[in-house]
Ligand binder design. Structure first.
Ligand SMILES: Nc1ncnc2c1ncn2[C@@H]1O[C@H](COP(=O)(O)OP(=O)(O)OP(=O)(O)O)[C@@H](O)[C@H]1O
Ligand SMILES: [Mg+2]
Length: 248
């Protein structure tokens, strides 16, 4: 592969007290790719996303965006503004607000309270919201309260709230957990539609069929270490991976 590296992670270590959550992790994720991170519970997948987004500071090692922005030293807000969008494991939309208003709030994310209340959306921002409503398949549901959406629709709305900012790195933590098969199927299509030469997508999932369909490359974590990496086919037949994860 010759694409530019989006995320460069080298020799990363994260400890919580005496517990090693991530140990000597080295990983390169390129623009244009869709990467899956898999591994048993507690493997360090969410912790890695926490480090990339500035929520958790590593004890040592390098974490760079575009080879130049040192994510280990930047705050969460700055990292988000620099183009890294992250969906947490639990959906966190504003249930009491209509779908469209959730997206409007996402457009205004990062503004102070005063600006948030006062500012009007630009034409470009309104157009972007319309585009995103179509992408996430919720244009008919724009006026419905988020609370009334199905679990799957809430997850798509949350992805939409990231898309308004046109992130170049999209981190999705267990996007199909709790979804019906049909919703999961639709999410495969959604993620495929988000792929672009200017974007890197990183998906954490336990659903291997889903991983097989969305990812070009799979990195397997186990107890904070990289256990294997390659195509789903290569990872599936890797004896170490079978032993700790897939063979269960
Ligand atoms: N803030 C924290 N303080 C202490 N321990 C933590 C903290 N965050 C995570 N851990 C521990 O680090 C390990 C890795 O957790 P992490 O959430 O990254 O796992 P995961 O791979 O996302 O697992 P899952 O598939 O269950 O979501 C776990 O043992 C967890 O208990
Ligand atoms: Mg997790």
């Amino acid at each position: 592969m010759s694409q530019t590296i989006a995320l460069y992670i080298n020799g990363l270590n994260v400890r919580f007290g005496g517990f090693a959550a991530i140990t000597d992790l080295t990983l390169e994720i390129r623009y244009g790719e869709s990467r899956a991170l898999i591994g048993p519970n507690g493997a360090g997948k969410t912790t890695l996303m926490d480090v990339i987004t500035g929520k958790t500071r590593p004890n040592s090692g390098e974490v760079f965006l575009d080879r130049k922005l040192d994510l280990a030293t930047r705050g969460e807000a700055e990292i988000a503004r620099s183009g890294i969008g992250r969906k947490f494991q639990k959906p966190s939309v504003f249930e009491a607000l209509p779908v469209a208003q959730n997206l409007e709030l996402a457009v205004r994310r990062g503004l102070g309270w005063g600006e948030m209340v006062m500012s009007r959306l630009s034409v470009a921002q309104r157009e972007r919201i319309e585009e995103v409503l179509v992408t996430i398949g919720l244009q008919e549901d724009r006026q419905r309260k988020a609370a009334e959406l199905s679990h799957g629709q809430k997850q798509w709305l949350e992805i939409g709230m990231l898309l308004v900012a046109e992130p170049k790195v999209l981190l999705l933590d267990e996007p199909v957990a709790g979804m019906t098969e049909a919703e999961s199927e639709r999410t495969v299509e959604l993620i495929a539609s988000l792929r672009s030469p200017d974007r890197a997508i990183v998906v954490v999932e336990h659903d291997m069929e889903f991983v097989d369909r969305v990812a070009d490359l799979v990195s397997v974590l186990h107890e904070g270490r990289l256990l294997g990496e390659g195509s789903m086919q290569a990872v599936r037949t890797n004896p170490k991976v079978i032993q700790v994860y897939l063979g269960r």
